[in-house]
Design a protein around this ligand. Structure first.
Ligand code: SF4
Length: 168
């Protein structure tokens, strides 16, 4: 591990679009990668460095028991945790399941529904762990994402009002 702060990106139930926003930063991404050690970024690499992590960006909603356990582990390893995008901050399109009988859906769709491990609902990250900041959008704004990363690394509050929420 280096002396640079560590940035980790985590994916839960999502389309990867918010992670793509980070990749889309192009020139700015070079500056970010020079300033931090990328410890986890599933859109770019399967490698995951051990924690703790200075900043975790969490994409996606919690939809399975395994997700629920994993977000707890991510939280324990993260100094600052930012939920990015509508899936992570509101449950996403997959939260439509929250209005249906999930067991009935499983029995309709799958030949062996007993093999499927899922929760009855798709829920935001803040329903499961403490979230330090929520960055909203579908996908998130590149400019706002860079501001959040820069602010967290500088130890100040991100200036991305009104579309984002600080949960301090
Ligand atoms: Fe994809 Fe939108 Fe969810 Fe981001 S918020 S992961 S763009 S569906």
């Amino acid at each position: 591990m280096t002396d640079k702060p560590t940035l980790a990106v985590w994916k839960f139930a999502s389309c990867d679009g918010c992670q793509l926003t980070l990749l889309d930063c192009e020139d700015e991404l070079r500056a970010v990668t020079e300033a931090v050690t990328i410890a986890s970024f599933p859109e770019a690499s399967r490698a995951v460095l051990d924690g703790p992590y200075d900043l975790s960006l969490v994409e996606g909603s919690i939809t399975t028991p395994a997700d629920r356990a994993r977000i707890q582990a991510v939280r324990q390893q993260s100094r600052t945790l930012v939920a990015i995008g509508a899936c992570a901050t509101a449950g996403g399109i997959q939260a439509l399941r929250n209005f249906a009988d999930v067991q009935a859906l499983l029995e309709t769709v799958y030949a062996r529904p007993e093999d499927i491990s899922t929760l009855a609902t798709s829920t935001p990250i803040a329903d499961h762990v403490t979230v330090d900041f929520e960055l909203r959008g579908c996908p998130i704004s590149k400019t706002q994402l860079l501001e959040v990363i820069t602010a967290v690394l500088a130890g100040r509050k991100p200036n991305v009002w009104p579309s984002s929420v600080c949960l301090e």
